[in-house]
Structure formats: C-alpha cells, structure tokens
Design a protein around this ligand. Structure first.
Ligand code: SF4
Length: 296
C-alpha cells in the first residue's frame, strides 16, 4: 500500500521523524495551510493520504485527517479565567487546542460560570474556529468570548464577527488579554480605499475544493459590471504574488481563503480585498464583516 503524508509548515521540520514512524511513505512538498489544502496530485498516486494537524472540512476519499493536539494545563487555564468579570462566556479555540475545551467548560461551571461551547459549520470539534468559519459563536448569548490559543488572528476575527468583547488566553504563558481590532480595521479600510477609482478587476477563484466559490465570483462580476468596472474571473490554485505578477488587473477580489487578504495582503503589489469589502467599496454595505466560506 502506498501512503502519502501532508504536513503544515509548522510540522515540516519534523517530517523525517513522522515519515519514518509511518514506514515507506511519500511526503508532499506542497503547501498545507488548512484542511482545504489537499495535495491532489499526490492523492492520485497513493492509496491513503495522511493530512496532519487540520480537522476535516470536506470528506474526500482516501484522505485521513490526523489531529495534532498540544497538551496544556486546564487547571491553570481555569485559574486565569476566574478573574474575568463576565460570568457568561463562550469558548473558542483552534485545531491544536480545542480538544480540552469540554474539560475547561466543566471546570469553569464548577466556579459558577455559564459556558457556551458549540460546534460550527466547518468543524468537527466543539468550539473550533478556522479563519473562514466563526459560526460557533453565531447567535451567542455570551457576555464575552474567550479564545484559547497562540497568535491573535482568530481572536480578532471573533471580535469582528460577533461584535462582542473577546479575551485571548495563551495556553503556555497564561497571559490573558482583551483583544482590540482597531489596527486590523484601519488596515482593511486602507486596502479598500486603495481600490477607489480603479477600473480593471480580477476576481480570484481558487480551484481548491474547500475554497472554490464560483457563484460568489459570478455575483461579484455582475455587480462590478453594473458599476462600470471591467471584471474577469480568474481561476487559480494557490494565490501568490508571483502568479498575479503578469496579470493586468488594477485590484483583486479574493473569493478563496480569506487569510490571503487578511494576513498576506502586504506581499501583493495590488490591493486584494474580500467579497464583503467589495460590497463596502461599492457602497452596498456600510460596515465591515469577516469573510466566511460556505461550500457551494
Ligand atoms: S479556507 Fe483558509 S481559513 Fe478556511 S480552512 Fe482553508 S486554509 Fe483554513
């Protein structure tokens, strides 16, 4: 049996150790940013593909998602959260840390907290958020949302998505901060304002199955034409500055992974905004929303 292995960048340095444990395998050298990033060329040539550290978004034949959970101290997490003034909270986290959320909920409830812990549209685990899905906190009744994890991106997304107070708790140094999004919002307004007056629009559609949104792209094209823009839908597997280099567009609407617009925009010469931000640019919306992916 031929086995393929896909590792996210953070785990690639451990590739030899992981592959040797599995025996005779073929390692994917492609990028692996999320569960939607399947190496289909490798998949064709193997009987099973182990995709590490992301949770399943799509059921794909022969692909097995291998979780990569990191251990951390639940007792210390609860000690840190006890000082919150809000007693009705919602818990969220990322794929490496979400496995302990039910235990944290149980412990916090012993201290008198009321804890929401729900499952989102794109997640297998309670409380799990990914950069394109915050539905675990849709219609939340919590006074505050607590994000447990490292990095701040998902916590900022939660503030914009929910409009609520969000705290981020690092599970290793137990630092608890209230998350502010002014810098993120300011940067998004700057990117939108760079598009004002531009005429030639490239609408990017990813060919990755978990990100492909052709219907949304066609809707954007329709609106663009109504507003007198020249717009063309562009199919692309991975959106990189190099691939856009020779294209003649003044700006882009990215219908693929929203993190390309939010995290990587600085790498692109031309503005690269989300579908929601395009509506804002056209004056069809007067507030900013987080871009969420619904599979068509
Ligand atoms: S679309 Fe982006 S944020 Fe969503 S799962 Fe894929 S890589 Fe992650």
């Amino acid at each position: 049996m031929r086995i393929g292995v896909q590792l996210p960048d953070g785990l690639k340095k451990r590739a030899i150790e992981i592959c040797e444990k599995l025996g005779d395998v073929i390692l994917s050298g492609e990028s692996c940013f999320g569960a939607c990033d399947i190496d289909f060329d490798l998949l064709e040539d193997v009987d099973i593909l182990y995709h590490y550290a992301h949770t399943s978004i799509l059921k794909i034949e022969k692909v097995v998602y291998v979780p990569y959970f990191l251990d951390y101290d639940v007792k210390k997490i609860c000690e840190s959260l006890k000082k919150l003034k809000e007693k009705r909270i919602a818990l969220i986290s990322t794929a490496q840390y979400c496995h302990k959320l039910p235990e944290i909920k149980e412990n916090l409830e012993k201290f008198g907290f009321n804890v929401e812990l729900k499952k989102g549209k794109r997640s297998e685990y309670l409380g799990l958020v990914v950069g394109c899905d915050y539905s675990v906190i849709k219609d939340s009744k919590a006074e505050a949302i607590v994000f447990i994890g490292d990095g701040i991106f998902h916590a900022k997304g939660a503030v914009i998505y929910s409009g609520r107070r969000v705290y981020a708790l690092n599970p290793f140094n137990f630092e608890l901060i209230e998350v502010k999004v002014e810098d993120f919002i300011r940067e998004r307004y700057i990117q939108i304002s760079r598009c004002v007056g531009l005429k030639n629009l490239g609408i990017l559609v990813s060919t990755k199955p978990g990100q492909k949104r052709l219907k949304i792209a066609e809707e954007i094209k329709r609106k663009a034409k109504e507003y007198g823009l020249r717009a063309i839908v562009v199919y692309i597997s991975e959106i990189t500055p190099e691939k856009l280099e020779n294209l003649p567009f003044d700006f882009y609407v990215n219908t693929a992974c929203p993190r390309v617009s939010y995290d990587d925009y600085i790498r692109f010469k031309r503005p690269i905004i989300t579908p929601q931000e395009f509506d804002f640019l056209l004056g069809l919306k007067n507030y900013l929303e987080i871009d969420e992916i619904q599979i068509e």
